[in-house]
Design a protein around this ligand. Structure first.
Ligand code: TYC
Length: 101
């Protein structure tokens, strides 16, 4: 006896969403010395002197600058460590994080 297969042929495509990346943002202030900011950028974010200076000057002129993007955990850890480096030296240096759109 011949049977007709009436099962649906819809394919299940498993959703594998990429975890959202998070920006680390450097916030300007009036007290932290420029050289200190660039030193923290080099140490924590492994950027060279030129890049560190560009990031620092952008924050200095515009108020904020995106340093880099990472997974949420890494972004938060780096922002905290960099902010703590400023606090330990008595500066109000601030790094924040925010999810990318
Ligand atoms: N505005 C600071 C100064 O003139 C330097 C500075 C730049 C501080 C960027 C913080 O995120 C910053 N000494």
């Amino acid at each position: 006896m011949s049977e007709i297969d009436t099962s649906p042929v819809t394919k299940v495509r498993p959703k594998t969403e990429r975890p959202k990346l998070h920006k680390v943002i450097l916030v300007n202030d009036d007290f932290t010395p420029r050289e200190f900011v660039t030193a923290v950028l080099k140490a924590e974010f492994r950027v060279n002197a030129d890049t560190a200076n560009q990031i620092m000057m952008t924050a200095h002129r515009k108020g904020v600058c995106v340093v880099a993007v990472f997974t949420k955990d890494v972004a938060e850890t780096k922002a905290t460590r960099a902010t703590d480096a400023g606090r330990n030296a008595g500066y109000p240096l601030l790094f924040t994080t925010e999810p990318e759109e």
